[in-house]
Design a protein around this ligand. Sequence first.
Ligand code: PMP
Ligand code: GLN
Length: 384
Amino acid sequence: LNRRLAEFGTTVFAEMSALALRTGAINLGQGFPDTDGPEEVREAAVRALRDGRGNQYPPGPGVPELRTAVAAHQQRRYGLSHDPDTEVLVTAGATEAIAAALLALVEPGDEVIALEPYYDSYAACIAMAGGTRVPVTLRPREGRFRLDLDELRDAVTDRTRLLLINTPHNPTGTVLTREELASIAELAVERDLLVVTDEVYEHLVFDDAEHVPLATFPGMRDRTVTISSAGKTYSFTGWKVGWITAAPPLVTAVRSAKQYLTYVSAGPFQYAVAEALALPESYFTDLRTDMRAKRDVLASGLEEAGLTVYRPSGTYFITADIRPLGETDGIAFCRALPERAGVVAIPTAVFYDHQDMGAPFVRFAFCKKRPVLEEAARRLKNAR
Ligand code: PMP
Ligand code: GLN
């Protein structure tokens, strides 16, 4: 492994899912639903396969049906208009979108500011692009992991190229508020920064939280690459269909990198996701209602087990503090948890540069059937 990637061995998700398989523990580690997405969307994929749509290389930017559906979704939900031909690019999941965006937009030596804890691929992709990551830590305060806007402002230097934002935020479940986003936007405009914003959990927001895309703020449309994916919204994490929306020069740049990463993404699934994006509003409402109920089952279970829970406003993850159990090291705790309680979780320390700040936090996924969550909650009482 070269020097750029030396610090990135096996991803924590692979390690923890392997641990779950080996021990037979309930896997609340890697975030994937245990129920597949809608039947009609699966049928749409089968139809595309049978009809020979997408079985040979689809167009590089993605099939027109999907690009049109993505543009229509952004317009309908957020009032953002995008030309499907020049302002939408289909990628192999959000993961490739992140990689291609960073490879295309970061010069070696550029600083990239990311919210810490950060999704693990951010650090690796910044490194592959030759950039330097500058973490700005979300700190738990009054029940929520919060962004300190002064700290963000202070992190910007003459070398800062872009802000890498993620809302709703994995792993903390924080949904940045309209006010916080407005401040981020003002900073980006003032310091002339590009913004890459990972909004894969855009439809998974609960209670009073609202997802507002950064691209909707003044001055942002032309400096923002917005990333999303069918994995989370439609519960097809194995399909790996993602996309970006951005202004033409940014799409062209990201596409240049994408061409040499995968060239194209799986054809038949693109047609199916195009149909998924046109599902009626009730699909999204039901998804949110279902996930919120699951969140509450797991959150209560974790509280009863004695952990301090940061009840998330978005995503399908709960971050909890293990210190009330007399534990301080989340990595050791997660390694022992399958034996002790038959549950697998993710130590969020692996998403931090400031390891000490992340040490006592553990992430649990709640995108699982209710009986699974109830059983996990029962078992977690043995976590002490
Ligand atoms: N970004 C975030 C914040 C995620 O949580 C995930 C999925 N774990 C991804 C990107 C990757 O999405 P995809 O599976 O579409 O590549
Ligand atoms: N995004 C999922 C998570 O955060 C899984 C990602 C992965 O396996 N790379 O758990």
